[in-house]
Design a protein around this ligand. Structure first.
Ligand code: G1P
Length: 303
């Protein structure tokens, strides 16, 4: 089934990016020249999404501001014949219909998703965590992660969440799934039927090393379940706990997507993402390579 709507929770405090997040939401921090939020929206649009619902907090007006028309600037660029710049300025607003809902209390990811209940209505949708930036292999023509998941959802029928294999030492930072591999030749062993999920388990308690990456195709029934979900890990209403309730009556699959995930929620993760995207972009590749060579030379000189 076509997935028309995406929910992007963007109300978090961004503590790992303090102090810059005192005034700039981490979702607006750039990868090269665009906010990281724009990359995940582009990934959704590529998968056929037409409407994006961003869940913000009252302090994050600058996110709303980014997507509004900037008429004066647009007029000035148009008058000066600066079409390339004008295209950049209007790009974000033209990608999809963007609307906002405000989460007034930081009660957890499950609660943030619940805020979008009315905006989503009675249809399957995708949840995208904007911290998780996913790139394709340089030069590859593989579809983005969400587009891959939509295809999987159409083949196997049911909800699909993205996972990756993680080192056991970092398991406690993630949601973890357990399940049985699905025999689907087209997916090359990448699909697991989920039988259990746990949010941020201790290594000893983790049922596998398949950790959840922030992309979820979900049926609308998740909203009713989130309304009944009690606070879990960190005292917050966890999306993972809602998913655990969902699998009692619905098929949910974990999909090891083809692509590379970067943790855009941390300074070093964003730096890595910036380098990866700069190396992948025709207009920045040469400069990025030169920078890498420069640093390599200077570190080998000091070694
Ligand atoms: C959230 C989810 C977690 C998932 C992670 C991926 O955690 O709760 O299940 O593995 O995103 O980035 P957070 O990073 O918000 O603590």
């Amino acid at each position: 089934m076509k997935i028309r709507k995406a929910v992007i929770p963007a109300a978090g405090l961004g503590t790992r990016f303090l102090p810059v997040t005192m005034s700039v939401p981490k979702e607006l921090l750039p990868i090269i020249d665009r906010p990281q939020l724009q990359y995940v929206i582009a990934e959704a649009v590529e998968a056929g999404v037409e409407e994006v619902i961003i869940v913000t907090s009252p302090e994050k007006e600058s996110i709303t501001d980014y997507f509004r028309p900037h008429l004066e600037l647009e007029q000035r660029l148009a008058d000066n014949g600066e079409q390339a710049l004008l295209d950049r300025v209007t790009e974000a607003g033209n990608m999809a219909r963007v609307s906002f809902v405000v989460q007034h209390e930081a009660l957890g990811l499950g609660h943030a998703v619940l805020m979008a209940k009315d905006a989503v209505g009675d249809e399957p949708f995708v949840v995208i965590l904007p911290d998780d930036i996913i790139s394709q292999a340089p030069g590859a023509h593989t579809p983005g992660a969400i587009a891959q998941m939509v295809q999987v959802s159409e083949r196997v029928g049911g909800g699909v969440i993205a996972v990756e294999e993680s080192p056991w030492e970092v398991i406690h930072n993630y949601g973890v799934v357990a399940g049985t591999p699905v025999s689907d030749p087209a997916s090359h062993g990448r699909i697991v039927k989920i039988e259990g999920l746990v949010e941020k388990p201790a290594r000893e308690q983790a049922p596998s090393n398949l950790t959840i990456v922030g992309r979820y195709i979900l049926p609308p029934e998740i909203f009713g379940l989130l309304e009944r979900t009690e606070p879990g890990a960190k005292g917050e209403i966890q999306l993972t706990d809602g998913l655990l309730a969902l699998i009692q009556d619905h098929d949910l699959f974990a999909y090891r997507f083809d692509g590379k995930r970067f943790d855009g929620g941390t300074p070093m993760g964003l730096l890595r993402a910036s380098l990866a995207f700069a190396l992948d972009r025709d207009d920045t590749r040469e400069d990025a390579l030169a920078i890498l060579r420069e640093f390599q030379d200077s570190t080998s000189e000091t070694a």
